[in-house]
Design a protein around this ligand. Sequence first.
Ligand code: 2BA
Length: 228
Amino acid sequence: MQLMLAIVQSEDADLLTKRLNSAGFELTRLNTVGGFLASGNMTFLIAVEDDQVETVLDVIRLTCRTRKRFINPMPAGAEPAHLALAAPAYPLEVQVGGATVFCFPLKRLVRLGQGVSPAGAQPPSPAQSDRGANIMNLVLSIVQNEDAEPVTRDLLAAGHRVTRINTAGGFLRRGNVTLLVGVDEAQVDDVLRIIGANCRTSADAGPPGAPAHAATAFVLEAARFVHV
Ligand code: 2BA
């Protein structure tokens, strides 16, 4: 499986959501801001089987347009730091998009609900064993707003560190929370267990066809982890 992270222009976000949903793909949306233009864009998280990556890319290509943006030079002293070094004396034309897409190998995708323990715990591969127990993983978990507080509390109580991002689901467009938890290989299942124990199943909350699981977790292996 792969986790696709696609940064798209805000204007394309709703149509892309609709098309991906219609094609049966689940997604999470993050409101983001481009570093250069400092204007809003949308980042999509989409977990897919390897053989579906090209299909998703096709939908993105079909939907995400290239646009021209202009940066107006600002009065001296008022420009943002990143433009100050080379502020032009005329509007600067920038071509944005269609989209920027990163694909990451996904170690595990786990659906969690109340009392559901993480099925599919996988023994480390020979390559992982060779590298010892200090493999750092990023557990990226999407939980409902009302579950975020107890999940965070219990993760912290168990000694884990957590970053919270306000996100939204693609299907219901309801606000949710994406938690980032960096843990050793040996602690991944503990993190998944805590999330599963604190998340309520949502079968009664959504319309027909809405996902019935209360939380989704992606496990990614960090190529490098540095805490300074
Ligand atoms: P922004 O950072 O606001 O960039 C908007 C557009 O400005 C970019 O379009 C590119 O044409 C131009 N641009 C960006 N940085 C520049 C720089 N240092 N010098 C000159 N021109 C620059 P896209 O390449 O289509 O990117 C659209 C948005 O995708 C970006 O918005 C950013 O949010 C994201 N993005 C693109 N590449 C990325 C990367 N390598 N890492 C993280 N985010 C990226």
